[in-house]
Design a protein around this ligand. Sequence first.
Ligand code: NAD
Ligand code: ZN
Length: 350
Amino acid sequence: MRGLVYAGPRHVSVTTVADPVVPGEHGAVVRVAAAGICGSDLHIYHGHGFSSDTGYCLGHEAVGEVVEVGGAVTSFGPGDRVLVPGSVGCSTCAACRSGDVLRCSNLSFGETISCYGLSHALPGSQAEMVAVPHAETNLVPVPPQISDEAAVLLTDNAPTAWYGARRARIAPGDTVAVIGLGPVGLMAVQAAFVMGAARVVGVDRVPARLQRAAELGAEPVEADSAKADIRTATAGGTDVAIEAVGSDTTIALAISAVRQGGRVSVVGVSHNKAFPLHMQAMQLKELEFAIGLCSVQRELPTLVNLTAAGRLKPEAVVSHRLPLSQGVEAYRMVSERAAGVCKVILDPSR
Ligand code: NAD
Ligand code: ZN
């Protein structure tokens, strides 16, 4: 089959790779109908990957059709339309059975977290097909009213945003700052409003992304003057800040954006291993700080319902659809944040 392979910093190629085989009696193989490029793929593309491997397929956001299942899989069969969550768990431990797959007590992929497309351990889904371990946990049926594009957002970006917003305990009437308006941040803007936020301030430095946030009802704020502008616009700070970039600057901005007693929730992934927290400012503010990675399976029951009912609109963040054969160009566009580029969806059939 054809797959999009990571060859080294700023070097990907679309090439022939081995067809996946069903990974054991609990596994499945899915033919990919649509695959997303995520901000996390950009970390790898820029050489800040999660392993030192090269030559593996990238991607952890896929929707498609089951081709084959192992003998122990009873809930899915060939022809089922499914989404493949980016996070991966087993089908037996208590944590995974409750959707908390990143706390799995059985799976270990060496240095990397349990996710597709970070190393050879679990090849990614920017390919014609993908092998899925433990299908009962790692496949989710897609209701017919949810489009392929929306379903791709439900595999990672939308649940991550929801998780970030949930951990910030957004309450009706809150004012929320969302820092970083990529697909994750734009989904966080939507999540905040669904949770009852009265106002959302959206911070980025890319005009088209500020524009998209404004279309979703957020008040756009340019990153360079954000610290002062948020203070002025909110009379001293927001109730909540969600960081969806993954840098020292933006985590610091999130901490300074909230009011006394405010809540900061970080979902951006930084390639810095440590960050100097301004302990005194945080203590004086009596600030709450949450950070983590999203177990997509845990958030999905809520998000599938909200999307099927039209309350969340993940497709609103999609800007481009390209054939997998143009994957090299797609990565270049996403990396350069070329004019108007937000979420890029690849079609592996072309
Ligand atoms: P993205 O790269 O498309 O978006 C990041 C946005 O941040 C861009 O719009 C960029 O212009 C903006 N930005 C950069 N510097 C900024 C600054 N100083 N101030 C304000 N905005 C700035 O990425 P994405 O797909 O939206 O993902 C966002 C982050 O979330 C990434 O770090 C990704 O790795 C992470 N992520 C985390 C999880 C999780 O489970 N926690 C899951 C998926 C993605
Ligand atoms: Zn488990």
